[in-house]
Design a protein around this ligand. Structure first.
Ligand code: UT7
Length: 337
């Protein structure tokens, strides 16, 4: 029997109904469709409306979609990890709340906070439970309700982000499919360039923190852009080289959807044609921890068993990483909806 790897057996997703387009944004702040499309590459993003609906609502629906598609009983799930920076609340974890809502009563569950790299961090962590044999069925969710922490009077940040959740099911594989390699990095000195200042233990919520708009995302876009371009490309190339993969061997780059220019730069460094990049930033914007599984969901029907995928992300923290996955099943368009 071969080495045990953690293999993705299905993908589910949830997208809120409300579509916020560039025309509507242009009425909220001094911006334009032309600027947003040329500088970022986003046309529309989804926004979760409804009082009291948080990230767990989207995660719950993504997991229900996943379980329906794969035919797996919620009681058979051993572990659930949710990557998010917009949990419903500090505690309990959003993963815990999702387990309760979906009926995954036997699973243990926790959240991982690594911003836009969260899904890769969670996927890599989850795979260890499979590889060691301690879990047989693990769900990894990437979910963020970014609209809950965005200032819709700040044109530097409000065009970028959207809300979504997507989830994958991991199971053991002994035929060489699944997560083959992963390289993750963190650099806390980047915290000053992309953060949400208040509401934590350093600056608990007060009238002053609210008045100062410290409960919204701050981003020094130029600094983050430069760091994202170099680090995402470096780590993706490292993973390619370490696994003796040429650009011809790769079916798709699955890049974090932060900026079309960052995606292009990463693909160029890898020697990949743009047709080999999963891209849906135009439709959904930057959904933080959800971007990578949402790409897998969007492109699932085009994937074939044995396809080599490189997933790569960069985000707040700073955090970044890349993962090499050998896809384990033929996508089925009829299961999507
Ligand atoms: O996912 C987490 C990681 N995040 C990222 O990877 C994001 C990285 N950063 C970026 O993607 C880009 O830096 C942004 C999209 C955030 C900004 O694009 P940029 O090309 O770096 O623009 P900039 O911040 O340098 O601003 C250029 C100009 C400025 O005007 P002046 O000072 O040259 O007159 C801005 O005020 O564009 C202006 N500007 C806008 N104009 C119209 C900034 N935002 C807007 C806007 N509409 N929404």
């Amino acid at each position: 029997m071969g080495k045990i790897t953690a293999s993705i057996k299905g993908v589910g997703a949830y997208l809120p109904d409300y579509v916020l387009d560039n025309e509507e944004l242009s009425r909220m702040v001094d911006t334009s469709d032309e600027w947003i499309m040329s500088r970022i590459g986003i046309k529309t993003r989804r926004i979760l409306k409804g009082e009291g609906l948080g990230t767990s609502f989207m995660g719950e629906n993504a997991v229900k979609d996943l379980l329906k598609k794969t035919g797996v009983d919620p009681m058979d799930i051993d572990l659930v990890i949710c990557a998010t920076v917009t949990p419903d609340m500090f505690f309990p974890s959003t993963a815990n709340i999702i387990c309760d809502k979906v009926g995954m009563k036997k699973a243990f569950a926790y959240d991982i906070s690594a911003a836009c790299s969260g899904f890769l961090f969670a996927l890599t962590t989850a795979s260890k439970f499979i590889e060691t044999g301690s879990c047989k069925k693990v769900i990894v969710i990437g979910a963020d309700k970014m609209s809950s922490i965005i200032d819709y009077s700040d044109r530097n940040t409000c065009p970028i982000f959207g809300d979504a959740a997507a989830a994958v099911l991991l199971e053991p594989d002994t035929d060489g499919f699944g997560l083959i390699d992963s390289e993750l990095h963190s650099d806390g000195s980047g915290a000053q360039h992309l953060y949400l200042k208040a509401g934590g233990s350093a600056f608990p919520s007060t009238e002053e923190t609210v008045a100062n708009k410290w409960h919204y995302v701050f981003q020094d876009g130029k600094v983050v852009f430069k760091a994202a371009v170099s680090n995402m490309a470096d780590v993706a190339v490292n993973v390619m080289e370490r696994n003796n993969l040429t650009s011809d061997d790769i079916k798709y780059l699955v890049p974090h959807q932060a900026n079309l220019r960052i995606i292009d730069a990463t693909a160029n460094r890898m020697g990949l044609d743009k047709s080999k990049c999963m891209i849906n930033i135009d439709k959904f914007g930057n959904t933080t921890a959800a971007t990578l599984p949402l790409c897998l969901w969007d492109y699932e029907s085009r994937l074939k068993k044995g396809d080599n995928l490189i997933l790569a992300a960069f985000g707040g923290g700073f955090t970044w990483g890349a993962t090499y996955i050998k896809w384990s099943y033929d996508g089925d368009v009829s299961t999507k909806e």
